[in-house]
Write a protein that binds this ligand. Structure first.
Ligand code: ADP
Ligand code: MG
Ligand code: ZN
Length: 638
């Protein structure tokens, strides 16, 4: 309906525009263009000479006013002329006496509304166009509902997701369960004088199932569910966001008890007074309004606010205080059992071969979150369909894991024999050093098939067990493993390539962290150097606060360089002593393109592997785990 009116309005404006244009161009004066304008005296002499055939006299003014009349006519030779004269009446008599055909036009009566229209019309038109643009800028037909909240209300059409669809985060589910119990039977809690949590904040990295869990809560609770996103409140005009918050809570009040869910909370809940360009009035007002609503002035509310964010660090502290978002539910990256459960959820409605073992898949996917695991299963299903299979097999799932971790294989990328050789030595270098150094994660796979958009080859290390602490020697070993690709290139070819850029980046980062954050440098001691500073405007840290002098900065650089150099020579020694073995493994890798963990193990022991790649694939590392210390792991080495 609104749309029709809008379109109709547009057409009306367009038609009016065209009509005025035509009107403006077709006024009588303009149509007289083909008449030659001549002087009055020339006209008189032409008249005397009898050259004029037809004469037309038109007086545009009101009668009584003495002013010029328009005189136009045609000469005997067909030439048309135009001039202006004063005594039009006498002229007509004279011309008629000379035998010219004379017509006199009555003065045009210009009505008052006509002149009003011609003077006002352009102004009205301009105003119309301006209003139209203003109208459409504010989102079409919603001029009047600008301050209405954009939250979606679900009553009976609530999401069908339940807690059974969310796997591997039992603690989080338990916490939410309690909130839901409250919504269902508040008297049980209020009887004991317990206050109900007003706000629940779901915190965790992207893809860990925060949105999913909130939707499941709505599905379980069986109460009305308002769903909004933080960005719904963000508007260019000051006060609109606050009005929307007010509106949302006012609506919620009518439906209580209910759940309000705000996804991506950081869009509104950002720390006040932060950011570039001062002010940020709009966001602050919105946040203030939210705080007020959360306090629930009359205390009679029984609606619950659930919010999700992956940046709890930038939220305003006032939001997090008790009485507001006092329940924080952390959605962590799932552990091996969690991954197994999530995989099972997503495998439910698909057909799998009998040899598919979910626990093996779970162990091979350290660090992946729920969204990755879902994607993995989907990739495997797509591959199986491409292979024209009825069931998804382990082969497709393995490929799915690698696709999710490193991107799709790109066999079509043409790589010359020489480059292939360099890549093979590079990867074998990584793998051998990883194997030789004690306590490093076992090598699961080496490949020289390009993947994704960057990796030309890769070595996959999978950790053996949960690790929450990392020792200094572990870190040194990691750096050595990272550098060993470069070392291999240098040892074998006497030259180095750009292929080690990512390795060097990660190695340097780790070394710097050791020195500045972990107190692992003897020279600089246990001081934490530098603070990560949030660059609010970009939402990520691009700058570091330096809380140390130039001398210390120099010392840090020296220390980092020292660590890197030491690790480099360590890797060089390891590979230098095993040059022949490296040649042998590299040649097998060149031929086979992919080596799995057990094959590599055998080759390292000096055995040979049969070239048809029939090595048994039982080498599942027991219980790999990736979470914990937050340091870059070697995992996937490019
Ligand atoms: P976010 O934490 O970024 O909001 P989502 O909740 O949107 O992540 O998760 C994205 C998708 O990943 C979900 O739709 C779901 O299919 C899958 N997923 C994530 N975590 C889980 C989980 N714990 N159990 C089952 N599926 C999950
Ligand atoms: Mg989300
Ligand atoms: Zn490398």
């Amino acid at each position: 309906m609104g749309r029709v009116v809008k379109n109709l309005g547009l057409y009306l404006v367009l038609i009016l525009l065209v009509v005025t244009m035509v009107n403006m161009f077709l006024t009588p004066e303009e149509t007289q263009r083909q008449y030659d304008e001549i002087s009055y005296s020339q006209f008189l002499s032409e008249l005397e000479a009898g050259h004029i055939r037809i004469l037309q006299i038109r007086n545009n003014n009101q009668p009584g006013e003495s002013s010029a009349a328009v005189i136009q006519g045609e000469m005997q030779n067909g030439q048309r002329f135009l001039t202006y004269g004063l005594e039009a009446g006498k002229l007509a008599d004279k011309a008629a006496a000379l035998g010219v055909m004379v017509t006199v036009e009555a003065p045009q009566k210009s009505t008052w509304w006509g002149s009003l229209l011609t003077t006002l019309f352009p102004t009205l038109l301009l105003m119309g166009v301006w209003l139209y643009f203003l109208y459409s800028m504010q989102g079409g037909g919603r001029v009047m509902s600008f301050s209405k909240s954009k939250a979606k209300l679900f009553l009976d059409n609530r999401p069908k997701v339940t807690f059974a669809d969310v796997a591997g985060c039992d603690e989080s589910k338990e916490e939410l369960q309690e909130v839901i119990h409250f919504l269902k039977s508040p008297e049980k809690f209020t009887r004991l004088g317990a206050k109900v949590p007003r706000g629940v904040l779901l915190v965790g990295p992207p893809g860990t199932g925060k949105t999913l869990l909130a939707r499941a809560a709505a599905g379980e609770a069986n109460v009305p569910f308002f769903c909004a996103s933080g960005s719904d409140f963000v508007e260019m005009f000051v006060g609109v966001g606050a009005a929307r918050v007010r509106d949302l809570f006012a609506q919620a009040k009518r439906y209580q008890p209910c759940i309000i869910f705000i996804d991506e909370m950081d869009a509104v809940g950002r720390h006040r007074g932060a950011g570039l360009g001062g002010g940020h009035d709009e966001r602050e007002q919105t946040l203030n309004q939210l705080l007020v609503e959360l306090d629930g002035f009359d205390g009679s509310d029984s609606s619950i606010l659930i919010a999700a964010t992956n940046r709890p660090d930038i939220l305003d502290p006032a939001l997090l205080r008790p009485g507001r978002f006092d329940r924080h539910i952390t959605m962590d990256r799932p552990d091996v059992r969690g991954r197994e459960a999530i995989l099972k959820v997503h495998m439910k409605e698909k057909a799998f071969d009998n040899d598919v073992d979910v626990s093996i898949l779970a162990r091979r996917t350290p660090g992946l979150v729920g969204a990755d695991l879902e994607n993995l299963i989907n990739e495997a299903a797509l591959l199986a369909a491409r292979h024209d299979k009825d069931k998804i097999g382990m082969e497709e799932l393995e490929e799915g894991i690698e696709r999710v971790m490193a991107g799709p294989e790109r066999r079509s990328r043409l790589i010359s024999e020489k480059e292939k050789k360099i890549i093979a030595y590079h990867e074998v270098g990584h793998a051998m050093v990883a194997k030789v150094l004690p306590d490093s994660d076992p090598v699961h796979k080496i490949s020289i098939i390009p993947r994704g958009h960057a990796a030309l080859g890769y070595t996959l290390q999978l950790p053996e067990e949960d690790r929450f602490l990392t020792s200094r020697s572990d870190l040194i070993n990691r750096i050595a493993i990272l550098l060993s690709g470069r070392v291999a290139e240098e040892l074998v070819f006497g030259d180095v390539t750009s292929g080690a850029a990512n390795d060097l980046d990660r190695a340097t980062q780790t070394a710097r962290q050791m020195v500045t954050e972990l107190g692992m440098s003897e020279k600089l001691g246990l001081v934490k150097l530098g603070n990560k500073r949030e660059e609010i405007f970009l939402g990520r840290d691009i700058a570091e606060d330096r809380n140390y002098s130039e001398e210390i900065a120099y010392a840090i650089d020296q220390e980092v360089k020292g660590i890197i150099d030491a690790c480099y020579s360590k890797a060089r020694n390891i590979l230098g002593e095993r040059r022949e073995l490296m040649d042998k493994i590299a040649s097998v890798l060149l031929e086979r393109e992919v080596l799995d963990g057990s094959e590599f193990e055998a080759l390292m022991k000096g055995d040979t592997v049969d070239s048809d790649g029939a090595a048994p694939d039982e080498a599942v590392p027991p219980l790999p785990e990736s979470r914990g210390d937050g340091l870059p792991r070697n995992g996937l080495l490019a």
